[in-house]
Design a protein around this ligand. Structure first.
Ligand SMILES: NC(=O)c1ccc[n+]([C@@H]2O[C@H](COP(=O)([O-])OP(=O)(O)OC[C@H]3O[C@@H](n4cnc5c(N)ncnc54)[C@H](O)[C@@H]3O)[C@@H](O)[C@H]2O)c1
Length: 322
């Protein structure tokens, strides 16, 4: 079915412009890449983030300081921006933190998302693209790759919150006439990822290797993940915003073990030390990869960046900046 809300060809800035977008979590890793991509494609972009100073803001883009848990702040932001499309990335993103403090996770990832959806409906937004999770939605799956026909079985509060948020969005956006698409990304990596956090193993390894510091692998290194380059994910977000509304997994459909990742990164960084091994962390899953078939079929999306090219670009970024 053709989408009547595709962006204006002339890039019009009128009050009804379908090129006017709001990106929550715009100062985050994926959000900052998405903002750049939207700007390159001629969208009129406003960001929103609880901590807008986390990353430098591209010229011409305002990132509104607002908390998605704050109803009044959201109402003000939506009244000012009147977005046609909302990309919702703001979230509590740590799986271990979600287990330590479930309420904080639920407040940001469930209540915050519900408030955002209500604000989008009230302001007359037409489309919403939600960043859920692929990696944390299916627990430790018996069969890989997982696909969208499989019943989600989250093994963490973070995964459960993302699943709940998907369901609430379907109801609230459905009732409010906002077309909603959901991306379920696997493990996203690339330049600018935060190496200080608990996730983002590629950023963590790359920085430690470039500084010639010891690198610790949790578990025996056999854990398999589906690593997808951030620009492939932003491609998917744009297609999700203009194509048919759907819920799709986003990955490369290929698994890489932590030890394999270690070896590839060590070679790129010229790092010669052997890894240290520590106990697996509670909640860590053994193996996940995701099917890309539905995203291909629905949006014509396919990952374009090979793991080797993506790792090289990421290491280069850390080498230049660290
Ligand atoms: N990075 C991955 O591997 C990955 C994988 C699957 C899904 N996702 C999802 O993609 C999205 C972006 O992830 P990321 O890696 O860029 O994370 P990130 O932590 O770099 O970015 C999240 C941003 O949200 C902001 N934020 C947090 N709480 C907020 C609140 N209450 N109000 C307003 N802003 C708030 C943070 O300041 C941050 O800038 C998240 O929703 C995440 O769950 C990420």
């Amino acid at each position: 079915m053709p989408d009547t809300n595709t962006p204006d060809a002339d890039g019009s800035n009128s009050a009804t412009s379908s090129r006017r977008v709001l990106v929550t979590g715009a100062a985050g890793f994926v959000g900052s890449h998405l903002v750049q991509r939207l700007l390159r494609d001629g969208y009129e972009v406003t960001g929103l983030d609880i901590d807008p100073g986390r990353r430098p803001t591209p010229e011409g883009v305002e990132v509104i300081a607002a908390d998605i848990r704050d109803e009044a702040a959201l109402a003000r932001a939506f009244a000012a921006v009147r977005p046609h499309t909302v990309f919702h990335l703001a979230a509590q993103i740590s799986v271990p933190a979600s287990m330590r403090d479930p309420i904080a996770d639920i407040e940001a990832n469930v209540i915050g998302t519900v408030r955002l959806a209500q604000a989008a409906v009230a302001a007359g937004a037409q489309r919403l693209v939600f960043f859920s999770t692929g990696g944390a939605l299916y627990g430790d799956p018996e069969v890989v790759p997982v696909d969208e026909s499989m019943e989600p079985a989250p093994a963490s509060v973070y995964g459960a919150s993302k699943l709940a948020a998907e369901r609430y969005l379907e109801l609230i956006c459905g009732a409010g006439g906002v077309k909603c698409s959901v991306l379920r990304p696997a493990n996203v990596y690339g330049p600018g990822q935060d190496p200080e956090g608990e996730a983002g193993v590629i950023a963590i390894f790359a920085r430690q290797m470039l500084r010639n510091e010891p690198v610790t692998i949790f578990g025996d290194g056999s854990q398999v993940r589906d690593y997808v380059f951030v620009e492939d994910v932003t491609d998917a977000a744009l297609l999700a915003a203009t194509g048919d509304p759907a819920t799709c997994l986003i990955g490369r459909g290929e698994g890489t073990s932590t030890l394999d990742l270690y070896r590839r990164l060590a070679s790129l960084c010229g790092y010669e030390r052997e890894p240290l091994f520590a106990d697996e962390r509670p909640g860590d899953i053994a193996r996940i990869t995701v099917s890309t078939a539905l995203a291909r079929e629905t949006w014509g999306w396919a990952p374009r960046v090979t793991l080797d090219d993506g790792l090289a670009a990421t290491v280069e970024w850390f080498r230049e900046r660290d």
